[in-house]
Design a protein around this ligand. Structure first.
Ligand code: FAD
Length: 452
């Protein structure tokens, strides 16, 4: 008999314990199920679908190099897997555990019909296992990280199975192109193709590139004009590389590489939060914010459109939003500024920003996106405050974003460093600021006071 390996956000062969366990049992049927029904309104956004297409293609290629292949099927995963088991005679399903609420429900549904074994491996430690002295889960990052650190280093990453035995007959599957994951007209993915190589090999390459300068991570990570961070986030999200592999490659790099390990800790922390608060992507984490009067109506809609298009008149925010649109990724410091600007300066509900990121990021991740948006909003279970309002102009100068702005906002490319963060108007082709910083700040604080 054969074993089904149910791939989801774990699209790799190395350090993939579900695949390794199945390969040891005998013949393996690797399957990916495109299941928009289970994910419902959390179905993957457009940028993620672009990534998924290429990642599945890469995974199929790696499997074929080992004499196997990837079967593609579409529909509700419990039904699809049950059909596949019946058609192929497979007696067990192995998969990695995932913590998005819809995946946890799906795992229960699959386990009702089939013999499902869940393995851990997409996080430094299983989120439910990082507990306080009394056995509860942490709400705040710092004590969470302290507890997680005590259990580090993680396991040594396992290599890909040497052999992946094929079943006697391959069950049929969909051709990938039939899924329509790629944009057609207009083709907006040119910037993504230029920036990324989805798949396990591309992930390995990114990790190697980063390991060379990981020792300077602390000094460079906040400077958007430099490539100071790893850009591993979409690879990690889709599980093309395991966090344990990243940890072991970077931990020995010296200098401030340890700060990077703490960011992997934030990734685990986000899962720990959605495990406790499954609706974190749509509900305020803290009481007292539900009464906040977000702006709505035509003016707010126009401001929201300007933010999405990178036409707010705040160069650092616009550069970030255009980088996002072009490449599906944005530098973390700029994500914080762009999010804060939407929420505080424009007084637009953080959930609208969260959804835009969900659709446009190649690393869109339910836990990480929700935790960071709620952190930016100050509505989360962590300690940040709504009343902390970032000043985009001075932050842009402080983090030396001139080169970054020149790259993404060509209208400003000729301005000197002294003017580019806060341009003297008029500038041909570039809008004036859609809100004035001080007035926007007052408006946000007043809305906050009224809600309390
Ligand atoms: P590095 O600095 O090299 O960090 C290494 C890894 O650590 C990242 O790949 C990521 O997996 C993790 N990490 C880093 N920073 C954070 C963080 N603040 N929270 C959680 N994990 C982190 N990250 C996502 O992966 N998906 C998202 O949907 C997402 N949405 C965000 C929304 C907002 C408003 C903000 C402010 C941040 C968001 N982030 C998200 C976190 C962070 O911006 C990205 O993980 C990071 O920019 C990815 O670049 P990198 O791989 O070069 O990061």
């Amino acid at each position: 008999t054969a074993t089904i390996v149910w791939f989801r956000r774990d699209l790799r062969l190395a350090d993939q314990p579900a695949l390794s366990a199945a390969a040891e049992r005998g013949a393996v049927i690797p399957v990916y199920v495109l299941d928009d029904e289970t994910a419902a309104h959390r179905r993957m956004g457009a940028a993620s679908r672009w990534w998924l297409h290429h990642s599945l293609k890469a995974l199929d290629g790696s499997l074929r190099a080992k004499g196997s292949r990837l079967i593609l099927r579409r529909g509700r995963c419990d039904r699809v897997l049950a059909d596949l088991a019946e058609q192929s005679g497979a007696d067990e399903v192995h998969a990695l555990a995932h913590y998005e609420p819809w995946w946890r429900n799906a795992e229960k549904a699959v386990a009702r019909r089939l013999d499902l074994t869940l393995h851990e491996g997409n996080y430094l430690a299983p989120p439910a296992s990082v507990t306080t002295g009394s056995g509860g889960l942490y709400r705040i990052y710092t004590p969470f990280w302290r507890a997680l650190s005590e259990r580090m280093p993680p396991h040594r990453p396992a290599p890909a199975p040497e052999r992946i035995a094929a079943p006697e007959h391959w069950p049929d599957g969909d051709p990938l192109v039939d899924w329509g994951l790629l944009p057609t007209k207009p083709d907006w993915a040119g910037g993504m193709r230029a920036e990324w190589t989805p798949g396990e090999a591309g992930a390995q390459e990114r990790l190697e590139d980063f390991a060379d300068h990981a020792a300077r991570y602390e000094q460079e990570r906040n400077l958007p004009s430099m490539e100071g961070t790893s850009r591993l986030s979409p690879h990690l999200h889709f599980g093309e590389i395991s966090p344990a592999a990243c940890w072991h490659r970077v931990a020995g790099a010296g200098g401030s590489a340890g700060t990077f390990l703490g960011e992997l800790g934030w990734r685990d922390y986000a899962q720990n939060v959605i495990l406790q608060f499954p609706e974190y992507g749509s509900r305020n984490g803290r009481d007292g914010y539900d009464g906040l009067r977000w702006r709505g109506g035509p003016d707010a809609d126009a401001d929201f459109a300007a933010w999405r298009q990178g036409r707010t008149g705040y160069p650092i925010v616009d550069a970030g939003m255009r980088e996002l649109w072009a490449t599906g990724w944005m530098h973390n410091r700029v994500r914080m500024l762009a999010a804060s600007f939407l929420i505080k300066h424009l007084l637009i509900d953080w959930r609208k920003g969260e959804q835009w990121f969900w659709d446009t990021l190649v690393d869109a991740d339910y836990g990480q996106n929700a935790v960071n948006w709620q952190w930016s909003a100050g509505t989360g279970v962590d300690a940040n405050l709504f009343s902390r309002i970032m000043a985009p102009l001075s932050q842009s100068a402080k983090f030396d974003a001139a080169g970054y702005i020149r790259r993404w906002v060509p209208e400003l490319a000729d301005l000197p460093d002294s003017e580019i963060h806060d341009p003297p108007h008029p500038v041909k082709g570039y809008p004036r600021p859609i809100v004035e910083h001080r007035a926007a700040r007052e408006r946000a604080l007043a809305a906050y006071a009224a809600a309390r």
